[in-house]
Design a protein around this ligand. Structure first.
Ligand code: NDP
Length: 400
């Protein structure tokens, strides 16, 4: 049916491309373009027996002109931005110039300020409307599936949702004392930032990792989890009727936190450039270079992830609790597509979002977060494409 241009060739892109190739009725041609072309060629090589036509290209996605030239040459129906959040705006600009649909999995973050928010991308709404093209923001797992879970809960189980707790548990063990499961720079920026949650119409800020809870996760068991700021809180606070509070928790093991504290204390997580032997370097980027590449963790990671949302609200005047979650097994993901579950749980929803835009189901001129569309086709596709979800109408709640 169509052609997709994927920008980026990291862990998430690897999964999304494998999933597009499995879905050859929708994706007949895939062009993989990234800064390092050899990584695109390596993914293409893994899929050499696929019926889908795959091409590769080199592109610097910080440069709008290069992107426009590539899009004009490839003529895709949609661009899947699976590079880094820093490239969101340049890729959106190139999509506007070429009138091509756009999708990403993480909101824009300026490279020199560890502050992610939607304001920069939401400012493109009118331009996308006028150009008659769709930008689908945050079609990963969180944001992404957690946002679709929220829209689904609202549509089927509640008149009003008052409380949402998003719980992200990764119980995978890769055997290293310290490594990050996705891009180390993005991951460390996220966890070393102040926490915050949304309550009664405004943000409440906390010190990094200041709020800790224990939750007994289905199929995993009890884990320590910490309150973080997370990007879907911002859009869900706007899009869910009657919402009083939204919190986001992520699990971290003791070894991870001890290493992180130590690295912070010695200045290795800083994004302020320093001079080193006559050259300017950013400590966090240097740290990334010495840590294990997340894509190398796949073959060594064992265990499961469990990511989901617990909702409390009312339906027909009665209080309702509803927990919807997905459990994903690292080794099964690796066996299927050669990446662990953190990349898998992001790459599958990226493919699903692209499919729904391409087949017209989720096509509407403008810039949208995933919870603004009908959740039902996305929920059905999750079950079909490897991320089945489960429901519990009597869940254990996270204590206040
Ligand atoms: P990786 O670091 O593994 O991959 C990023 C890719 O983007 C690399 O191939 C990299 O190229 C490429 N890239 C970076 N800068 C440029 C540039 N200027 N021009 C062209 N290509 C570039 O990251 P992940 O695959 O783990 O993550 C991809 C995205 O998914 C990120 O935005 C991340 O925040 C997001 N994410 C979202 C999640 C969700 O649930 N919503 C969860 C996890 C991740 P090179 O190899 O040369 O460095």
């Amino acid at each position: 049916m169509g052609k997709v241009l994927v920008i980026g060739a990291g862990g998430v892109a690897n999964v999304a491309i494998h999933k597009c190739a499995q879905n050859s009725e929708v994706f007949q041609e895939i062009c993989i373009a990234s800064r390092t072309k050899s990584k695109c060629d390596a993914i293409k090589e893994k899929l050499k027996d696929s019926p889908v036509k795959i091409t590769t290209a080199q592109v610097d996605a910080d440069k709008v002109d290069e992107l426009i030239a590539l899009i004009e040459e490839v003529k895709p129906d949609i661009v899947m931005n699976l590079a880094l959040p820093y490239q969101d705006l340049t890729i959106m600009d190139a999509c506007l110039a070429t009138k091509t649909h756009y999708l990403d999995t993480a909101n824009y973050e300026p490279e020199d300020t560890a502050k992610f928010e939607y304001k920069w991308q939401w400012a493109y709404r009118e331009k996308f409307e006028k150009a008659g093209i769709t930008a689908l923001l945050g079609s990963g797992f969180d944001p992404g599936v957690t946002s679709v879970f929220s829209a689904y809960a609202m549509k089927h189980h509640f008149d009003e949702i008052h409380y949402i707790d998003i719980l992200d548990c990764n119980a995978g063990d890769h055997g290293y004392p310290f490594a990050t499961n996705f891009n180390p720079e993005i991951n460390i920026r996220e966890v070393s930032a102040k926490g915050s949650y949304w309550e009664a119409g405004h943000w409440i800020e906390t010190e990094p990792m200041a709020i800790k809870k224990v939750y007994d996760f289905p199929q995993i068991g009890p884990k320590d989890m910490y309150l973080l700021h997370h990007e879907e809180l911002e859009s869900l606070a706007l899009h869910i009727n009657g919402i009083k509070r939204i919190r986001f928790f992520m699990t971290f093991g003791e070894s991870y936190l001890t290493h992180l504290t130590c690295l912070e204390n010695v200045g290795m997580t800083s994004i302020e450039p320093i001079m080193y032997e006559g050259r300017e370097i950013v400590p966090l980027q240097f740290l990334k270079a010495v840590l294990p590449d997340p894509s190398s963790l796949g073959p060594r990671t064992k265990g499961k992830t469990n990511i989901g949302c617990i909702f409390t609200g009312v339906k027909n005047g009665k209080t309702v609790h509803y927990y919807v979650y997905n459990v994903c097994d690292h080794e099964a993901c690796y066996e299927e597509v050669g990446s662990q579950a953190v990349s898998y749980t992001t790459g599958v929803p990226a493919m699903i979002g692209a499919m729904l835009v391409m087949n017209g189901t989720w096509q509407k001129p403008g810039v949208y977060n995933v919870e603004e569309f009908d959740p039902d086709p996305f929920m059905a596709a999750l079950n079909k494409w490897g991320l089945p979800w489960q429901e519990d109408f009597n869940p254990t709640l996270v204590e206040d």
